[in-house]
Ligand binder design. Structure first.
Ligand SMILES: Cc1ncc(COP(=O)(O)O)c(C=O)c1O
Length: 438
């Protein structure tokens, strides 16, 4: 058991981390159960972020633990190139049922980033298979996050994630983001202003011509850039425009998939059907890495019409790993057996009240919520963007709550199995921190 501090922290080059700052004052988790982590000093920390948005069922669900233990003893690994194993097929069937058969096929990956790059490649391959091979452009959105592969980075719209890494993919353009504090600050749920921003796709089409555009990819609700809730009607409009111009619409549901908005997927919540969906995180409750792309049946069917042989030259050694399949099947069981979505739905108005109770506290310039998500935007310390929220994060950890920050925005996304008492603790402690924050 790893219960003590490591001797030397330098060999691990940590991802998306201020390595020097962290290693001078580390936050080390050693165990987790239900709604809580325990750190190396024995402190209990309430998980206000479901890990990294990926533990909707809470930690150490016994059925999930057992499913993975059983599978590793039975089938530790089997390839899915030119062979397979039953649980990968069973999971695909279960997932398609979970989408209400709106989608026909699942392609497995190991992460959200891989799911995004896979979906982009599938969009290009699909158009080519239809004889429409001039459709090679990919359209993302400013402030979008689609992981860290070259495809995802290119369609993503976060300057810090892009600027160090060269010219990225050619032929990419971006829709404007929908964040507007002047019009929408302190909105409960979906903001009224901004559906017209989807019409910017017409401008992009006019510039490049529809015949050159393969796909548009957006997060239905942008999580990583600070909880940007889509304006009312925005996603429907985007769907209409994509259909009008023969462009595939991809929803990146790596964060919103598996109940975050209290429906199985965001496309259920907004009642808008994309052509492809990328998922990861909650798919296995974060227990084993796994991502996936859901595709409409017509996309798969088109790809199956070429000459005999391999239809898509793409895949990962661990696509459909047996342990990941076991974890995902158990996750779906638990969602159903414990009526997790019903429970989450019963908490959304209590959650929204708690979020908006922070109005008027020092530094708070916006509060946003949807499902069991909150965005708390703080005014920046002049000349030090991100510092105020990061200080809040450190203080929160010391006070026993896990929050997440991006720039000066605090994002909350707790496990969906939380109770009202957890909401009280989370927002009670956060309010106290905001009152003392520099
Ligand atoms: C919308 C979205 N897409 C893709 C990713 C990348 O997923 P991963 O970190 O599993 O590669 C994330 C991660 O937060 C995400 O939020």
């Amino acid at each position: 058991m790893y219960e003590s501090r490591p001797n030397d922290m330098h060999p691990f080059w940590m991802p998306f981390t201020a390595n020097r700052d962290f290693k001078s004052n580390p936050r080390l988790m050693v165990s987790a159960k239900g709604m809580h982590y325990r750190d190396v000093d024995g402190n209990t920390i309430l998980d206000g972020t479901a890990g990294l948005w990926c533990v909707p069922l809470g930690h150490a669900q016994p059925k999930l633990v057992k499913a993975v233990q059983d599978m590793v003893a039975q089938l530790d690994f089997a390839p899915t190139f030119q062979m397979g194993h039953p649980s990968a097929f069973e999971l695909a069937e279960r997932l398609m049922t979970y989408t209400n058969h709106r989608f026909g096929q699942v392609f497995y990956t190991n992460s959200g980033s891989e799911a995004v790059d896979s979906a982009l490649k599938m969009a290009l391959a699909y158009h080519r298979a239809r004889g429409d091979s001039t459709r090679t452009r990919l359209i993302g959105r400013e402030r979008g996050y689609h992981g860290v592969g070259f495809g995802g980075m290119s369609v993503g719209g976060i300057a810090n994630n892009r600027k160090t890494f060269g010219s990225l993919l050619p032929g990419v353009d971006h829709l404007p983001h929908t964040h507007n504090l002047e019009k929408n600050a302190f909105t409960r749920g979906e903001p009224e202003y901004g559906a017209h921003l989807a019409d910017e796709l017409e401008r992009i089409v006019a510039l490049h011509d529809a015949s050159t555009i393969a796909a548009v990819i957006v997060e239905p609700l942008a999580g990583s850039t600070g909880v940007l809730v889509p304006p009312k009607g925005y996603l429907k409009r985007l769907r209409e425009l994509c259909t009008k111009h023969g462009i595939l619409l991809i929803f990146d549901e790596v964060i919103t998939g598996f109940g975050r908005l209290t429906t199985p997927f965001a496309f259920d919540y907004f009642d808008v059907e994309p052509d492809m969906v990328t998922v990861a995180k909650g798919l296995t409750n974060g227990v084993v890495p796994m991502g996936a792309v859901f595709s409409k049946k017509h996309i798969y069917d088109t790809m199956m019409q070429g000459p005999d042989g391999i239809e898509l030259f793409h895949g990962y050694t661990y696509s459909g790993h047996p342990l990941a399949c076991a974890a995902a099947l158990a996750t779906l069981d638990i969602f159903e057996e414990q009526k997790v979505l019903e429970h989450a739905s019963s908490l959304t108005s209590y959650w929204a009240d708690a979020v908006h109770s922070l109005r008027g506290l020092p530094h708070v310039i916006d509060l946003r919520n949807l499902g069991l998500i909150a965005g708390i935007e703080l005014a920046s310390i002049p000349g030090k963007p991100g510092a105020r929220a990061f200080n809040a994060f450190k203080q929160a950890f010391a006070d026993g709550i896990l929050i997440r920050t991006t720039g000066d925005i605090i994002a909350l996304s707790p496990p969906l199995v939380l109770e009202k008492s957890h909401i009280d603790e989370l927002f009670g402690k956060l309010a106290a921190i905001l009152k003392t924050l520099e």
